[in-house]
Design a binder for this molecule. Sequence first.
Ligand code: HEM
Length: 522
Amino acid sequence: MSAFVLAVAGAALLLGFLYVFQSGRSSSKLPPSPPSLPLVGHLHLIGRLPHRSLHELHLRYGAGGGLLLLQLGRRRTLVVSTAAAAADLLRHHDLAFSSRPHNAAAHKQTYGSRNISFSPYGEHWRRARKIAVVHLLSQRRAEAFAPVRRAEAAALVARARRAAEAGEAVVLKDLLYGYTNAVVTRAVAGAAGMTAERLRQLLAHNATLVAGFQADDVLPDAAARLFRRVTGLEKKIDDMNGKWDRFLSEIVAEHEEKARRPPEQGDGGDFLDVLLQLRQEDEGAQQGFELSDDGIKAIAKDMIAAATDTTAVALEWAMAELIRNPRVMAKVQDEVARVAGYDAEQPAVAEAELSGMGYLKAVVKEVFRLHPPLPLLLPRESMSAAAVQGGRYEIPARTALLVNAWAIGRDPAAWDAPEEFRPERFLPAAGGGGRRLQAQAVDLRGTDYQLLPFGTGRRICPGINFALPALELALASLLRHFDWELPGDGARPAELDMVEAPGLSTPPRAPLVLVPKWKALA
Ligand code: HEM
């Protein structure tokens, strides 16, 4: 049986690749492309860190336009590696590139693409996204969760304080995931404690299943399905989906039960409360958009998965860069002390004080420039052909798009000294000119194409209003109360490993370990 299965898989694979290989060469106005191999296309050129491999390919073959066309297994893929190419493509062709490529494994994990992130462009995506933007993630809703962020930032400081008092080092990743996980769990489901712990475990397993390029990204559907079965991945995905579904069903049932009771004073409602209420109010009025149980679970799961990792990864990189750059660390700590003062009994900085911390905000931008948590954003797919760069290139319909935000943040045509961690580039300062002046005004909300950690256009991350205060608050609170050191005598900050771990989101490959020194004891 297994020999038969392998033979069928091999034949399907071969046919699929031959088809793809042939169909990729129909137009002469395609962007540059490195030499490829039959069957694999350019897959053999992609290493464990695709954003780095793609950057190297761009430097080698992407002369001029910042675009490369690759055949990654079955997927014809356009890669954008410069700010100018991103601006041309995404300013003029955002609609054409607003879908997501189909991925059977992701489809299964999202209740049949009923979430937002992986949903193809169309009526479902439009309605689900509108619900999220208007009812869950608006500025007003984000502000309403300020007390949750404050309480969790205080808990984060308390955990670090225990380590400081015991003279122990902390694995930053554990500390920071604990924080973002608790904030997100409370926003989505109003719960902490055991629920947050269960979620943490589910997310950890999920991450290992969606890391890097998957069979579904590169093989034809039938071959990918066989591959998943033969390697046991199918079963792992099914088991994981079962666990997620049980968890989500339980919390939806708890919320339905809660909705039958009189509302509690001061309970503004978490995301699940809001979604259930919308379902009740709109029953029949959604005109074809069914907010079914699966739909609600898909959106809740999307929010949890989209919010937890990304924010924790950005925080870990921020701490790594600050340790490597003691001058910047001292400057940002001074600012936090000046604006928020020092009070050992007030663990979390007040959110209103963040607006007075211009340097901290510049640090955050600089972290996103060099370490976008999703270095290739989320893949998109074109729905129609597009003539880009004034007609220089023609991109056929159904081409996948990878925007290499990691490479764009290092684009020497867009940034002075791109490899240097220099938050000052974002500050208004006397003197300087040209790109320096331009950098001061660069924002990270998708209008400036040289800094795209949240993407841009129709598919831009709708969670920015949630992400930024959570991130800034944790960072300011950790810097207010502690000095941070590398463990061990003679450890050299300049030698910190700044390479990413593989995956959709990319934390440092060597988890950052630091010793907190509680300032009140100094
Ligand atoms: C530092 C934190 C975060 C980063 C760096 C980040 C980044 C991104 C990026 C790059 C995309 C794809 C954009 C594109 O295709 O152009 C995205 C999509 C998305 N993000 Fe975020 N995100 C963060 C936090 C959040 C939070 C807190 C939430 C929700 C609470 C969230 C919800 C979503 C959703 C639902 C999508 C899919 C949008 C769509 O396909 O229409 N994200 N995010």
